[in-house]
Each structure stands twice: as C-alpha cells, then as structure tokens.
Design a protein around this ligand. Structure first.
Ligand SMILES: Nc1ncnc2c1ncn2[C@@H]1O[C@H](COP(=O)(O)OP(=O)(O)OP(=O)(O)O)[C@@H](O)[C@H]1O
Ligand SMILES: [Mg+2]
Length: 389
C-alpha cells in the first residue's frame, strides 16, 4: 500500500508554509524587521533566536525570511534573505564567501581582509539599492572558532559607515550562555531582541505531527493512536525533529510491511531506531578528524567496556585509529577543541571532574547512541582503508 503522498515534505530541509505554535514568534520577527521590510531602516536590527534542539529555530527563521522577501517585494523593496549555517561554514571567511555566492555578487575572492570583504558587500548592496537580512544559524560553531570578530564584523561595521543600514542580522543559538564568552562591548551590542523558543509540549507536538503528516501522508493512513504515541515519546525532549523522524520512519515501516495504515506498532519500531542526539547531517559535515575521534570513542568504549573514557585514553585510541586510516593525528590541543565541538553538537558529553591534588580529569561519554550504530553510520563516511595505500 502506498503510505506517502509526498515523502519530501518530511525531509529536514523542507520548510513548511505554516509552523503551528510559532505564530507569535513569527509575528515578533515581522515586527522587529518591519522597517527593513518597508525599505526604511534607520538603525540596523539585530535579533537572537534561541532554543534547544528541534524547537523550530531554523524553520522559523527560514520561513520568516521567505515571507519578508515576498512582502518587501510587494512594496517594491529589494530585500535579500541570506542564510548561512555555521556548522558547515565554520570560519568568518567561509561565511563571507557563502554570502557573496548568495548575493550573486562579483567580488574578488582573494586578497581581501574580512573587514574589506564586508565593506565590499555593503558597497554592493548600496549600489543596487538593496537590503539584506542575514541569518547565521548554529552560531556557537563560529564563535568557538573565531571568538567575537565575526560579531563585530556583522553587526558593527555597517554602523560605522554612517549610511543607511543595509544589513540586519538574526543570530541563531542553541544556548545563548555561550555569549558570556564574548567581550562586554560585543555582547552588549548583540543583546536586546531575544526570541526564545520553548520546548514543545505534548499537545503542541500532537498538532505538529498531525499537520506535517497531512502534507506528507495520504489521507487517513495515520492512525489517531499513532499520532498520540509519537507526541508522547517526543514530548520528553520537546523536540519536533525527533517527532518527525519517528513519523517518517513509522511510515517507512508501514510501507515495507505493505500495511494500509501507520499503526502504534510501527511507531514503536521507529522509535527504537531513531537516536535523537545523532543527526546524519551532523555526521556528514564533521571534518575528518572529528569522525576519527568519534570512531575512536566507539572503539574505546567497546574495548574498555565502560560508560566513560578519559580524554587521555581516548587520545591514545584516536592515534591508533589515525594509524589505521593512515592519517597524521592532530595535536592534543586540536583534539581537545574537536571534542568540545562534538559536545556542543550534543553528540558526546564531556564531564570535567576535579580530582584533588591530581588536578582535573575529563570523562567522555556517548549518551545517546549505541557504539555499534555509531560505527555503522561513520564508516561509510570515512575513506576506505585500502584506498589509502
Ligand atoms: N511548529 C512547527 N510546525 C511544523 N514543523 C515544525 C515546527 N517546529 C519545527 N518543525 C520541524 O521540525 C524539524 C526541526 O526543526 P528545526 O530544524 O527548525 O529545529 P532547530 O531548533 O533549528 O533545531 P537544531 O537546534 O537542532 O538546529 C524541522 O523539520 C521543522 O520543519
Ligand atoms: Mg537548526
């Protein structure tokens, strides 16, 4: 039996035309950016959108971007919505390149400092009479890599030009506490408009699942009990992505069994195979050394038969894995930085314990996924060992 009418509507990239239970936040964004949409901004607007995993941050901002552009165009305002995910573009330079690409601006790609780059961008917008809303998603990644420089660049340079502000920004964070690591003046320039997305509760997840199923599934194939069960399972984390992953997989199980409906049993099967802390798109975009570190962690936890390994033991395993794959291991400092990024992504957990006179030790664990599954996901993403010879 055919279960899906349009499976794509459940893919992580798809932005639905409505976001139930985020209408207020969408309106807040519209209000904050109303002068930009009208083409009459007098100051550059900056907004922070925060909230934990799967609370709809990316979807909300992308949907807002689409709406803002079309509303502006009705008013004859040329507004660009530029979206960059800093998990993929981790440096200021690569963010800038993405922006240039999206603007389709012809600019020299090399030989400019980041600050000159921003000025060129602003020149381009001024020349065209356009405005841009710049959304930087998963900013903690950029912040870890570059400190406050990008924030200065994206928020202050425009102001210093004393012309009409051309760029307004939305910064998307999971945990805005990371802002505490910035210097006071950058921090104060960012603070102000914060939209915090609370985790979804049972009834909100129920509505979201029902709505997304109506886009993706054929009418009446999803049983009422199945919707309730998904909402129940996902409400523990308040995570809509987790709910939709289970929904999609439950549909796949039903289809594979040739069932005519998606039933609670399909949901139970699906829930047993979805690991909310690991997202395939996260693993794919990790740099090779982070993948090797994760593989080393999976091996170490297996071999040591324990829940935790210390960072120094993990480093030994990492060196062995590097040898297997015939790559040079990174220095301990970069190894440690990679661990922190993996912790930021929620894939691993680092617990630092002070052990009296012996100093501090870091214990690394893998809370959300069995080692066997992690290995199975990682190995195809790594170069085959023979090919390395
Ligand atoms: N209110 C909603 N209505 C319908 N779908 C939603 C809603 N909120 C989130 N979703 C869907 O749930 C999934 C996760 O949302 P999104 O990617 O925006 O979360 P996020 O807060 O950016 O998470 P992360 O911190 O992991 O990046 C997406 O597929 C999104 O379309
Ligand atoms: Mg997101």
């Amino acid at each position: 039996m055919k279960i899906f009418k349009d499976e794509e509507k459940l893919s992580p990239e798809y932005v639905p035309p409505n976001l139930p239970h985020r209408e207020n936040e969408l309106n807040m964004l519209k209000t904050f950016f109303s002068s930009v949409i009208d083409g009459t901004p007098s100051i550059s607007t900056r907004v922070i959108v925060s909230g934990s995993v799967g609370t709809g941050k990316s979807a909300l901002v992308k949907l807002f971007g689409q709406k803002a552009v079309s509303e502006a165009s009705k008013k004859g305002v040329d507004l660009k919505f530029l979206y960059v995910n800093c998990r993929i573009s981790k440096t200021t330079f690569s963010v800038l390149r993405k922006l240039i690409e999206q603007l389709k601006a012809r600019l020299p790609e090399r030989g400019l400092s980041n600050e000159e780059f921003i000025h060129k961008l602003l020149d381009h917008l001024e020349y065209k009479g356009s405005y841009a809303i710049l959304a930087l998603d998963e900013v903690e990644m950029l912040l870890r890599e570059e400190g406050s420089e990008p924030f200065y660049l994206f928020s202050r340079v425009g102001e210093e030009r004393l012309k009409i502000p051309r760029i307004s920004t939305i910064f998307i964070f999971r945990n805005p506490e990371i802002l505490d690591t910035l210097d006071a003046s950058t921090r104060s320039s960012l603070l102000g408009n914060i939209i915090h997305l609370k985790e979804y509760d049972y009834s909100q997840l129920y509505d979201i699942v029902k709505y997304r199923a109506s886009l993706a599934f054929r009418p009446d194939v999803l049983m009422e009990d199945a919707i309730q069960l998904i909402a129940d399972i996902a409400s523990e984390r308040g995570d809509a992505r987790y709910a939709l992953d289970i929904l999609w997989r439950a549909g796949k199980y039903a289809e594979a069994e040739n069932a005519s409906q998606v039933a609670p049993e399909h949901v139970r099967k699906a829930a047993a195979s979805v690991y909310p802390t690991i997202r395939r798109e996260h693993l794919e975009f990790l740099e090779q050394h982070s993948k090797l570190i994760l593989l080393a962690l999976a091996q170490a936890l297996d071999i040591e038969k324990s829940a935790y390994v210390t960072s120094s033991i993990l480093n030994d395993y990492y060196k062995m894995v590097c040898e297997e794959y015939d790559v040079e291991p990174r220095s301990y400092t970069s190894f440690w930085e990679a661990l922190q990024r993996l912790d930021d992504l929620g894939i691993i957990k680092i617990r630092v314990v002070s052990e009296g006179s012996k100093g501090r030790k870091s214990y690394i664990s893998l809370p959300g996924i069995p080692t066997s599954i992690l290995k199975k996901e990682l190995i195809p993403l790594l170069p085959s060992k023979q090919a390395k010879q």
